[in-house]
Ligand binder design. Sequence first.
Ligand SMILES: *Cc1c(COP(=O)(O)O)cnc(C)c1O
Length: 364
Amino acid sequence: MDLEQPSAEHAARPWVDIDLAALCANYAMIRAQAPAAETAAVVKCNAYGLGMEPVATALAEREKCRTFFVAYAQEGAALRNLLNSADAKIYVFNGPTAETTPLYERAALTPVLNSLEQAKTWVRLRPGAPAALHIDTGMNRLGAPASEITEIAALQGLSIELTMSHLACSSDPANPMNDAQREKFLELAAAFPNARKSLAASGGTLIDARFHFDLVRPGIALYGGSPFDVDDARIKPVARLCAPVIQVRTIAAGEAVGYSATFAARTQTRIATVALGYGDGIPRAGSGRAEAFIAGGRARIAGRVSMDLISLDLAGLTPDVQAGDYAVFLGEEVSLFEAAAACGTFPYEMLTSLGRRIERRYFS
Ligand SMILES: *Cc1c(COP(=O)(O)O)cnc(C)c1O
């Protein structure tokens, strides 16, 4: 991606550059990791905050991705409209209710059934229409429990084309719960011998082939985030978050910066204030801890993150920073993983929190 200077129009507010070529490269990397499986794409929550339309369009057109997962039927209907193609398969994780079932029909969505109750609703309203079944294997969040499987398998008119489950601990490849869930999944999915199987999100996919089965469902790795408790060099950054400097000042030793005066300068210090804040999704927990890249080096946040402003401590940076320059908070220079950790969160929350006020710019 070109590291472009902001245009005049961007100079006064934050923006995020979204590299669709890197998104596609991440998809291709995952497909290469799981060559025997189909690679779907999870695009819920507005494609993890990066924009469902450009993301899904790039994956469908350039990478020929044919299977997508969203959380809500409404997200699925929006995706169906923008994909402009009837052959894409759209699964809805949260499953149908009597009220949303008509939307499934209209937008040709396939539900993921998560309980005997949802399965009964679906066969009653759409007998014979295909569905996926999420089987709970120990996460105890969403999915049909083991005790319901026999009854679900016996439902007349139910057509399960895909069984799936979700790993609770794939952020830690060595966690024994991964294999325990895999065993449980094999045992319970056997009640649906003709259905394809899916167990892996990004984490399971990147651990190894034991978790791949017929279809993998990556989300975060497509968007440049590591699914693990450490960074993962196989994943390319996709989002580059930038904020313009709107004022630079020099403060004397002992002077403070920001709300509650939590930063005190030890020596004479240059402070750059940028247009970005917790109102844009930068956690206040990053106060005094997170770093941005500016003027060829790293600058730590000085004092508290405000709603629309962050002050950076320019100590140790030689080139003179001026209003109109910009600081990079996420990207090649500061990984999503590092930035999230410094803010007391993790890549998923960091991305999905990026405020609507931040302009998204797309690069191919
Ligand atoms: C969100 C989600 C995914 C994608 O997870 P990542 O960790 O982002 O790859 C896959 N499966 C289910 C059931 C999910 O809820």
